[in-house]
Design a protein around this ligand. Structure first.
Ligand code: KG4
Length: 340
């Protein structure tokens, strides 16, 4: 039987709707929110207002691009958390209203799980390159840095995670002290292309097992700027590309060394990456490099699936639909929830 799922994502500052039919993506519409740029970060109150404005046109566009009628939907999947409460409430309330009016089930989706399952989305005309279980997934975003052992669609185990800042936060905070706009990660990535990654050395954490820490790197970066600015008032302007390249290399090295340790210890060579930071080209290059050196089979998402998107919510909904894992109308969003 054909299963068609509408996915809705509104956990942070992207309003997104997507339609998936039997793992094949029929549409994936994302409306970003430029309103936050002036504030150097996401303003929760403004995010929820923008979701309210965007949600109906975004869903309508997703249905139009998919070329389907609402009567063809089997279920509505929505992000229940983690995320900003005011933002989540918009998506959850919309999903409830639409599901009630169509008399179809609702499926609540964990946003983190959805990032991992984005690897199972099929795009028309593309070969099926889904990972096989078990695989390791490096989930790196503005709020998370985790190594997950993925044993099945709904069986995920966090084996390592950051004890302080996330990798995306490290990019963003260091970018901010260099005067770059928010979010700084993509800016650092772009500027790094013209810089020498070995120009500066920043401290790396020494913590056990598969956990991460980025607060020491942030301090080390800040102290380097503070000391060098005493000698050269235009130190940042004169060295921006080198600073970005060196910062990027340090973050990528930290991420990859723990992932390699996990792969070696657990004997798992099927390795994926997900989340906003997976758009970083140095991190992507490192994955290709490790695949060659260590015989990994790697899974790198298309750029459209690195940031928040509803296609990943819809695919997660698709797998939950197979198990009739529905939620009730009483479901409320969770601002915090783990992947397990
Ligand atoms: O998963 P995501 O879209 O959402 C949140 O976690 O909210 O991740 C956003 C993070 C930001 O920290 C952003 O700077 C980072 O992903 N990011 C990047 C790149 N593109 C996005 N970091 C480094 N290089 C990139 N190309």
């Amino acid at each position: 039987m054909t299963v068609t799922i509408l996915g809705i994502e509104s956990s942070c500052d992207d309003t997104s709707a997507a339609v998936i039919r039997d793992r094949v993506m029929l549409s994936n519409v994302i409306a970003g929110q430029a309103v936050h740029e002036a504030y150097g970060g996401v303003v929760p109150e403004l995010a929820s207002r923008a979701h309210q404005q965007n949600i109906i046109p975004v869903v309508a566009e997703a249905m139009k691009r998919a070329g389907i009628d609402a009567s063809e939907l089997n279920a509505i999947a929505f992000t229940r958390g983690p995320g900003l409460m005011g933002s989540l409430l918009v998506g959850v309330s919309f999903a409830k209203g639409l599901a009630a009016s169509l008399n179809i089930p609702m499926i609540d989706v964990n946003h983190l799980q959805a990032h991992v399952l984005a690897h199972f989305i099929r795009t028309p005309g593309e070969p099926d390159a889904a990972p096989s279980f078990p695989f390791l997934c490096l989930l790196v975003s503005g709020g998370n840095s985790q190594i997950i052992r993925v044993n099945g669609y709904d069986r995920m185990q966090v084996i390592g995670q950051t004890i302080d800042d996330a990798a995306g936060e490290a990019f963003d905070k260091c970018a901010k002290v260099m005067g770059l706009p928010y979010p700084g990660g993509p800016w650092v990535n772009r500027l790094a292309a013209g810089g020498n990654p070995k120009a500066f050395t920043f401290s790396k954490p020494h913590i056990p097992d598969y956990d991460y820490s980025f607060s020491g790197l942030k301090t080390s970066f800040l102290y380097t700027l503070r000391d060098r600015l005493k000698e050269d008032a235009d130190f940042i302007g004169n060295n921006k590309a080198d600073l970005c390249a060196s910062l990027q290399l340090t973050i990528v090295d930290i991420l990859m060394s723990k992932l390699l340790k996990a792969s070696n210890d657990l004997g798992i060579k099927e390795v994926a990456v997900a989340g906003g930071v997976s758009a970083n080209t140095a991190l992507r290059d490192a994955f290709h490099d490790y695949a060659r050196r260590y015989g990994w089979t790697i899974h790198i998402p298309p750029f459209a699936f690195t940031t928040d998107n509803a296609a990943m919510v819809a695919i997660t909904g698709y797998f939950k639909y197979q198990k009739k894992d529905f939620c009730s109308m009483a479901a409320v969003p969770f601002s915090r929830v783990t992947i397990e």
